[in-house]
Design a protein around this ligand. Structure first.
Ligand code: PGA
Length: 235
């Protein structure tokens, strides 16, 4: 299974150092075998990739160049970053990234062999418009994406569940994951208000290969407990 923490624009570099250290120690002590990914703020990308794989929350599709405010491959390579998150709903909806721009990033980092965690998910109004409409909406987020890429991980994250404490029912997660698995054999994570109290039942579901956790992962102890549960499930 894959257990991923998206720290977003949280934790200073100093706090991230102790966070990663805590998780590293926990993995070591408990001999965890899961794939554990942490996406810290850009200022903490220099932390070493050891047991925890460090990934970038975003990067531009360039080696270098005149792209003010962006980070490119050369800067990631310096820190040995080989993992990237693409298509998170905050990038799509707050930063206004289009499917076209996500595809450019995807293709660029795919050519470089990156592990790509690619996020899809529907806003509330789309879900409320009915299942078929919702699945069509999500399908469009697969447009231009090589779903057979062997270093791909997909994260299904309903936008209305992110940071809200709301989650779909377990039956819904199973049903949607089943449909998404038909589109790609890549490991499929669930994300959106995952926390210590619900992670076990979510991880146990058919078609769930891991979780992408935001708020609840900000506490290293909580994130470690989730990693431990994943190990216990032995999926
Ligand atoms: P959340 O965020 O766990 O706070 O809902 C998940 C995410 O944005 O990946």
């Amino acid at each position: 299974m894959i257990i991923a923490a998206n720290l977003k624009t949280n934790l200073t570099r100093e706090k991230t150092i102790s966070y990663i250290q805590h998780v590293e120690n926990f993995i070591e002590k408990n001999a965890l075998l899961q794939e554990i990914l942490v996406f810290p703020a850009t200022s903490s990308l220099h932390l070493h990739n050891k047991k925890v794989k460090i990934g970038a929350q975003n990067a531009y599709h360039t080696y270098n160049g005149a792209f003010t405010g962006e980070i490119g491959y050369e800067q990631l390579e310096e820190f040995n970053i080989k993992t990237i998150l693409i298509g998170h709903s905050e990038r799509r909806h707050i930063m206004g990234e289009t499917q076209e721009s996500l595809v450019k990033k995807f293709n660029f980092y795919k050519e470089l062999g990156f592990r790509i965690v690619y996020c899809v998910g529907e806003p509330l109004e789309v879900r409320e418009a009915g299942h078929q409409h919702m699945m069509e909406y999500i399908s469009k987020q697969y447009d231009g994406i090589d779903t057979a890429y062997d270093n791909l991980v997909i994260a299904y994250e309903p936008v209305w569940a992110i940071g809200t404490g709301l989650t779909p029912t377990l039956e819904d997660i199973v049903a949607i994951h089943k449909e998404l698995k038909a589109k790609s054999k890549a490991p499929l994570l669930y994300g959106g208000s995952v926390k210590v109290t619900n992670v076990k039942e979510i991880l146990a579901l058919d078609g769930v290969d891991g979780v992408l956790v935001g708020s609840a992962a900000l506490y290293a102890e909580h994130f470690c407990t989730m990693c431990q549960y994943a190990q216990e499930l032995g999926k």
